[in-house]
Design a protein around this ligand. Structure first.
Ligand code: NAP
Length: 295
């Protein structure tokens, strides 16, 4: 079994394991045992968010595991109903309390805009929110900053106003939705792309038995999911799969002992782009609210 001992070095020198663990999963989001298991398997980089309701059980698992806080990289996000200068400050306080920690390694704006209305208000809201995040870094309650669901035009509006640049950007990325333009932009700006839903939440077109992913899985003696994760890593992307079962947690780590060829990477990059999950940063913004009364 390969351990996650390979790292991406971010633009500010911070090192992130090439694989993280996602915590937005209806099967286990509230169950501390699942995070205990993930820690036992060797996961050290955890992605959470105020929206997911996974901060509290994850924090409990981190506390109970007996390992020092510094061994872990905890990434959380503030939701669009927590944006703005004051909103962001209050959101961080709540996240720290739920996680039972006094700092986050990474703090992300979860979504670039609050509505799909074609107005410019979101730009100022992003800038005000970012100003609060920069102060958190100065105070030491957050170590590094990032964005989530920011496409190039969202980053273009924010970057000129940043004193501290985002070091990561989370996007939906997987074979069948590879968002090459957005990934190339992130790489050019030295922003590490992180792939959410890296397994396309088991989209039927990805796991089809007669598909290209199944063919490659057979060739390499790996599962379709392992091919999907390996593809992302070879594209310089950091996947954060969620997994309920321990066997999946372990299998998802066992992807560092083979290489897809350049031709296979090209084939996977050029798969029909028809497996996205349907939430677009500008046009189909998820209608969800955070629970802000739980602390
Ligand atoms: N920034 C954002 O807006 C955003 C949006 C969505 C998600 N995320 C983050 O991204 C993370 C990952 O996304 P996701 O969990 O929604 O989707 P995903 O990782 O693409 O897929 C998770 C599904 O794949 C299954 N699975 C995991 N490993 C497997 C394996 N080795 N073999 C077979 N099936 C396997 C899981 O099964 P089980 O159900 O049995 O575990 C689950 O049904 C989330 O947990 C969250 O942290 C971020």
């Amino acid at each position: 079994m390969s351990l996650i001992n390979q790292f991406y070095t971010l633009s500010d020198g911070f090192k992130l394991p090439k694989l993280g663990f996602g915590t937005f999963n209806e099967q286990f989001v509230q169950y501390q045992e699942k995070y205990n298991e993930a820690i036992e398997c060797g996961y050290r980089f955890f992605d959470t968010a105020s929206l997911y309701e996974s901060e509290r059980p994850l924090g409990a698992a981190l506390k109970d595991c007996g390992l020092p806080r510094e061994e872990f990289i905890i990434e959380s996000k503030l939701w669009y109903d927590e944006m703005g200068y004051d909103g962001a400050k209050r959101a961080l306080e709540r996240s720290l309390k739920r996680l039972g920690t006094d700092y986050l390694d990474l703090y992300l704006i979860h979504w670039p805009r609050q509505t799909g209305a074609f107005d410019e208000d979101w730009k100022e809201l992003d800038r005000q929110t970012w100003r609060a995040l920069e102060e958190m870094v100065e105070e030491g309650t957050v170590k590094h900053l990032g964005t989530s669901n920011f496409l190039p035009h969202h980053l273009e509006a924010l970057l000129p106003h940043c004193n501290i640049k985002p070091v990561v950007n989370q996007l939906e990325l997987h074979p069948g939705y590879s968002q090459e333009a957005a990934v190339a932009y992130c790489h050019e700006k030295k922003i590490q792309p992180i792939a959410y839903c890296p397994l396309a939440r088991q989209h039927p077109l990805c796991i089809a038995e007669d598909g290209i992913l199944a063919y490659l899985a057979k060739q390499y003696g790996k599962s379709i999911q392992q091919i999907m994760l390996r593809f992302l890593i070879q594209k310089g992307i950091l996947p954060i799969p969620g997994a309920d079962r321990k066997e999946y947690m372990l299998a998802n780590m066992d992807i560092f002992d083979f290489d897809l060829t350049a031709e296979e990477l090209s084939i996977l990059s050029c798969m029909p782009q028809n497996t996205w999950l349907g939430e677009h940063p500008d046009f189909s913004i998820p209608d969800r609210k955070t629970n802000q009364d739980d602390i």
